[in-house]
Structures are given as structure tokens and as C-alpha cells.
Design a protein around this ligand. Sequence first.
Ligand code: HEC
Length: 140
Amino acid sequence: METVIKTIFRKKLLTVSLLLLTAIMGSAFLYQQKEWKAPASADAKKNPLIADAGTLTAGKTVYVKECQSCHGKKGKGDGPSAKDLDIPAGDFTKAITQSQSDGALYWKISEGRKPMPSFKKKLNETQIWQSVVYMRTLKQ
Ligand code: HEC
């Protein structure tokens, strides 16, 4: 009797362990899929603009018109359209975004990734760099 119970218990333990392992590996895989990284060449690109008053004003204009609906007034990802997105629009006040290079941010804005649209046809290069400069003011 005791051995029967032991066997059942062991079998259950094996099933539970296997399930747990699958869950852990599955979420690690999903997490990997989710990471969004600019290619090294884009990451190394330097911003040709400096953060003077003109650039900041221009960057704000682009941001308010094209980005704020999702990313929110202060970049917290809480714009009026954010609630309709499948995934959060991120939080630009945080290091996870601010620690990325200007080149990496430029690349992400140009390329987009669903549900974020690509802006390389809608904005010119200067406007994209201006929006990167403006994004830096959202840092907390
Ligand atoms: C339709 C909603 C929407 C609009 C409009 C939008 N974004 Fe996004 N944005 C997102 C979403 C959602 C993500 C997260 C995408 C992901 O992780 O796959 C994102 C991510 C980003 C990222 C990457 C942040 C990081 O930490 O890696 C940057 C940079 C960015 N957006 C800048 C902009 C700028 C600048 C504009 C305007 C020119 C803009 N976005 C317009 C929805 C939007």
C-alpha cells in the first residue's frame, strides 16, 4: 500500500515538475520575443541636432501631433489611445527607455513595431531626430 502511494506521489511530482518547467521555458521564450533591440549600426548613430530652444520646440510639435495620443503628455504611456493598444506603450520617464542611445530611439521611431506605426514615411529625418531630443526632456 505504502509503495503504491509513493509511486502515485512520484508520478504527480514528475507531472508537476514538467508543467512548471514548460511554463518557465515558455515565458522565457515569450520574453525574448518581446525584447525590441536596435541593430548595432543604428544604435551607434549620432544625433546631428543639439537640444537648443528651436529643436526642442520643433520636437514638441512633432510629439504632440504624432506621439502623444499613445505615449501621453509626459511620456508615461497613458495617452487617450493607449487603452486601445494590445501592449503598453512603455514609459519614457524610465531608465529602460532613457538609457538607450539617440540612434536606437531614432531607429525604433523610424521602423515602428506593431501596434506602434513606422514614421519613416510620415516624418523626415530631422523631425525624427527632433522628437528624440524632445523625448529626453521626459526623463524623470
Ligand atoms: C498608436 C500608438 C503609438 C503612437 C502614435 C506612437 N507610438 Fe511609440 N510605441 C507604441 C507602443 C505600443 C510601443 C511599444 C512597442 C513594443 O515594445 O513593441 C512604442 C514604443 C516606442 C519606443 C520604444 C521605447 C523603448 O523603451 O524601447 C519609442 C522610442 C517610441 N515608441 C517613440 C514614439 C514616437 C517618438 C512617436 C511619435 C513620432 C510614437 N512613438 C508614436 C505606440 C505608439
